[in-house]
Design a protein around this ligand. Structure first.
Ligand code: SF4
Ligand code: SF4
Length: 243
């Protein structure tokens, strides 16, 4: 009988082959990177009927809903293509003044969060600067990172409890009520294919990575030419490329 690890390994092999064929056919361009990301986004959209283990040992649908954002208070790890996709979305969906206001908020938050690992982020905040505090909804929902899409919980109570005592990362609260390993399959598949094409991916911290993109002209062109514009935006403890 196949274990969860067997299924994850098979999914990774399939997705890595798919991504390699995709870049072989289309090259590594803005368009090919974004169309691969949108494939992953669609895969998460199709997970609406997933059933998750609950702390009580049964299975239940995700408890997640708009306006619930206890999970938006820890580190978000992203990759370069996701940051470009997100920055383009922010640029397209906001007037210049609103864009400048959000960018200033991200920069200010980065001053606080830079270099802090997930447990310190969870214990002392602050919230993700892309969270709309008024309605506790993600302000970049259509372009949110894969890591955010991959966090689903069967237990709102588990998330509330983790947030109330701030003792542990909410993803590890209760008896495994969270599902987030699918995000790792997609990120690693994309990274394996891009490394083979000469574009190794690193794990980046969201705020620092957005600041990096907004600090140079033509950031994606530079990255595609091999310039490491994210060298100061690595996630804590993640200096090696994703493999
Ligand atoms: S993971 Fe938890 S905190 Fe996040 S949306 Fe789902 S139920 Fe809410
Ligand atoms: S990007 Fe959106 S979903 Fe992800 S942590 Fe920030 S506010 Fe939450």
């Amino acid at each position: 009988m196949k274990t969860v690890e067997d299924r994850k390994a098979a999914a990774l092999a399939f997705e890595a082959r798919f991504a390699a064929d995709h870049f072989s056919q289309h090259g590594v361009t803005r368009q090919s990177l974004y169309s691969l990301l949108e494939r992953y986004h669609q895969a998460f959209d199709a997970m609406g009927d997933v059933r998750l283990p609950t702390p009580a040992g049964s299975l239940a649908p995700p408890a997640c809903s708009k306006g619930c954002a206890y999970c938006c208070r820890t580190i978000i790890v992203v990759t370069a293509p996701e940051v470009f996709y997100l920055a383009d979305h922010i640029g397209r969906s906001r007037l210049p003044a609103a864009h400048a206001e959000l960018a200033a908020h991200v920069r200010a938050t980065d001053q606080v969060t830079r270099g802090k690992p997930g447990d310190r982020r969870w214990s002392s905040g602050p919230s993700c600067p892309l969270l709309d505090e008024a309605d506790q909804a993600c302000s970049v929902y259509p372009a949110r990172p894969i890591a955010c899409r991959g966090v689903l919980s069967s237990s709102l109570e588990g998330c509330k409890a983790a947030f109330a005592n701030r003792a542990s990362d909410p993803r590890f609260a209760g008896a495994r009520p969270f599902l987030f390993q699918n995000s790792e399959v997609f990120l690693r598949a994309m990274a394996i294919a891009l490394a083979a094409a000469g574009h190794p991916l690193h794990r980046l911290e969201l705020n620092a990575a957005l600041v990096a993109v907004w600090s140079v002209d033509n950031p994606m062109d530079r990255w595609l030419r091999g310039e490491d514009i994210f060298k100061d935006a690595r996630a804590p403890g993640a200096s090696a490329p994703i493999s």
